[in-house]
Ligand binder design. Structure first.
Ligand code: ADP
Length: 635
């Protein structure tokens, strides 16, 4: 097969340009990325051999080699791992699979300064492409285990790459960087120095469980022929060492290896269980959400090891979906190395472990909330939306999840509140935790439903995430206090005394308005199931409310978007008996026979209430025509 030339995918090209023009200042990390890939390739090969008894591969000496050539100014990272086929190379090295790439690149374009760009790149992580920060040409020679031919990939990162077959490639992958000319201003930039390389390996990759080997630095009199080869890393699995032996930096680097993130984690969680079922876990909560957290098929981030041997990525049996942002490693002693995903799902000990891990994560969040509010605020901003999914799926831990959740509130525009704090602030006699769901804070705050709550000084939680629409339906209470939507059912904010005061007046209003209400109920029966007087309005003439158990319009829309049939739900129109417009209607209704003009007014009132609620008119042009007619008559 002749040499083929391919173009990089557009996103890949853009990323490469950034690497070449070095918007990331810590260039040392390229080596960590190459070693991380090599280590994964060794893990994969060992696993393949474990699974496939027929496999003819020699896995007795799996390792990573680093070679530098001062003269040629090259640096090679070589592994004898799984390798890649021709198609793998084109697929994996020519494109970027991350589904959040386009969004990420857009944000990067909009980033105001170098520091912001650097932070974004750090959050994204660039893997293999980071080689182009230090190299002007990269060659990769690889042979997939089990295949006879190898593949050479080569590129200067400028838009195209070439691929050609090679006859005699050893199994595994060798990545050779032709280093950019030495920057004399900056001595740190010499990646041909064995000393420098060793330092970087120690710093970023010490815990890698495979030997990373390298020739010792040549002495002046040395001709380089038989320099001593040494293993540079200690190879100790961090999770098997005691806490005092491991520095925070080391934990951070392990996190970066397992997560492909370049930034430090927000929190590190260690767990060790002894006894009949022994395991160690090292879990991390990232400091930012990845771009694809809500993309379909986003993987869970916990790896399973058995007795130090990597078994699988994305071990869904260990972590529920709503904790998919948690990264890390779980190493179990008593599982078979041959364990499969199907078996794991059934395994009772794994289920027990799953429960313990979840409880530990939730209790860590609880501690974070009280001990480090700033850190908790970051956590909530990044992952709150995901965690709340657990309210729908993890019945057992629902109270714990509610306990570590925060919600925007009318109390403070900047700071979300916990339910516990809300409950402590509840007014005397207040029975319910009030909330309202909606598109945005401003939409909810300006909704007519808020009026009485504002006027009487009741705090209301403002729930604007799509998932909020769903969980509020299934969470009846917190701490014995029922959750109550202010847009549903009847509200009763009066104290006993107030009730006595207004009772007579209410009754009179009911009598006064009875005629109008029943006429309007009939008149608008296609759209609403009832027209009644409201106790929640102070300023607006009317509003739309749902029955206690009705789905909200937003929830109905969500179900429709998911392709489900949702019956049209008729809601309730409430009128403000103190509003002049409503009183005008009552008067007109009492005085004249219900004629066309009055019917139109009723229709307009309903349309206005619907709009104020964020709803859509069924016939907007008719609404506008009626409105224009009315306006004209007032001029
Ligand atoms: P990431 O490691 O974040 O997935 P990279 O760009 O670093 O992204 O690598 C892309 C893919 O190329 C890897 O997921 C892996 O499948 C493959 N790959 C990279 N390096 C090696 C290697 N040394 N051996 C085998 N496969 C590799």
């Amino acid at each position: 097969m002749p040499t083929e030339t391919f173009e990089f995918q557009v996103e890949a090209r853009q990323l490469l340009q950034m690497m070449i023009h070095s918007i990331y200042s810590n260039k040392d990390v390229f080596l960590r990325e190459l070693i991380s890939n090599a280590s994964d390739a060794l893990d994969k090969l060992r696993l393949e051999v474990l699974r496939d008894e027929e496999a003819q591969e020699d896995v007795s000496d799996l390792h990573i080699d680093i070679e530098v050539d001062k003269e040629q100014r090259t640096l090679t990272v070589r592994d004898n791992g799984i390798g890649m086929s021709h198609d793998d190379v084109v697929q994996l090295i020519g494109t970027i699979a991350n589904s959040g790439t386009a969004k990420f690149l857009q944000e990067l374009k909009e980033a105001k300064d170098a520091a912001a760009s650097e932070e974004l790149i750090g959050q994204f992580g660039v893997g293999f492409y980071s080689s182009f920060m230090v190299a002007d040409e990269v060659t990769l020679v690889t042979r997939r285990a089990g295949e006879s031919h190898g593949t050479r990939w080569e590129s200067s990162g400028e838009g195209t790459y070439t691929v050609e077959p090679v006859e005699d490639a050893p199994r595994g992958t060798a990545v050779t960087l032709r280093l950019k000319p030495e920057d004399t201003e900056d001595q740190l930039f010499d990646y041909t120095s064995a000393w420098k390389i060793k330092e970087i390996v120690k710093r970023y990759s010490d815990f890698i469980t495979w030997p990373i080997r390298m020739a010792a630095e040549a002495k002046a009199e040395d001709d380089g022929a038989d320099r001593e080869i040494e293993t540079v890393n200690s190879m100790k699995a961090l999770w098997a060492r005691s806490r005092s032996e491991v520095t925070d930096e080391e934990y951070s680097e392990l996190y970066k290896h397992v997560s492909h993130d370049w930034t430090d984690p927000l929190e590190t969680i260690r767990m060790q269980a002894e006894g009949t079922f022994e395991y160690q876990a090292l879990l991390f909560i990232p400091s930012h959400a990845p771009q694809d957290l809500f993309a379909q098929g986003h993987k869970r981030g916990v790896q399973l090891y058995v007795k130090r041997v990597f078994i699988m990525d994305d071990c869904e049996a260990l972590m529920p979906e709503y904790l998919r942002f948690v990264k890390g490693v779980v190493d179990a002693q008593d599982l078979s190395l041959n364990v499969s995903r199907e078996i794991l799902q059934q395994d009772r000990q794994i289920q027990l472990m799953h429960r313990r891990l979840v409880k530990k994560i939730l209790s860590t969040l609880k501690d974070m909330m009280s001990d480090n509010p700033d850190r908790y605020a970051t956590f909530w901003r990044e992952f709150g939306r995901v965690l709340k999914e657990g309210l729908l799926s993890d019945f057992e831990n629902r109270d714990a999840i509610l306990g570590v959740s925060s919600f925007a509130s009318t109390l403070d525009a900047e700071k979300p509140t916990t339910l516990r704090d809300y409950v402590e602030r509840m007014k005397e006699g207040q029975q319910h935790i009030f909330y309202m769901t909606g598109e945005s804070r401003s939409a909810i705050e300006s909704s007519p439903h808020m009026e009485a709550f504002k006027a009487k000084g009741f705090e209301v939680l403002l729930l604007t995430d799509p998932v909020d629409e769903v969980w509020v339906e299934s969470v009846p209470e917190f701490d014995g206090k029922p959750l109550q939507s202010i847009a549903k059912g009847e509200v009763d904010l009066d104290t006993e005394e107030e009730k006595k005061e207004v009772e007579a007046e209410r009754e009179k209003q009911q009598q006064d308005f009875a005629g109008l209400l029943s006429w309007m109920t009939t008149r608008l029966s296609e759209d609403v199931k009832e027209v009644r007087l409201s106790s929640r309005l102070t300023v607006s003439p009317a509003c739309i409310v749902g029955d206690t158990h009705d789905a909200t319009p937003a929830l109905a829309n969500m179900y429709r978007a998911m392709g489900q049939e949702v019956p049209h739900i008729k809601r309730i129109l409430e009128l403000n008996p103190t509003h002049p417009l409503v009183n005008g209607l009552k008067k007109a209704h009492a005085e004249q026979e219900a004629d066309g003009g009055l019917a139109e007014a009723a229709e307009l009132l309903y349309g206005m209430a619907l709009l104020a609620d964020g709803g859509e008119l069924s016939d907007p042009s008719r609404f506008i025509r009626l409105m224009a007619d009315r306006l004209e008559r007032t001029l």
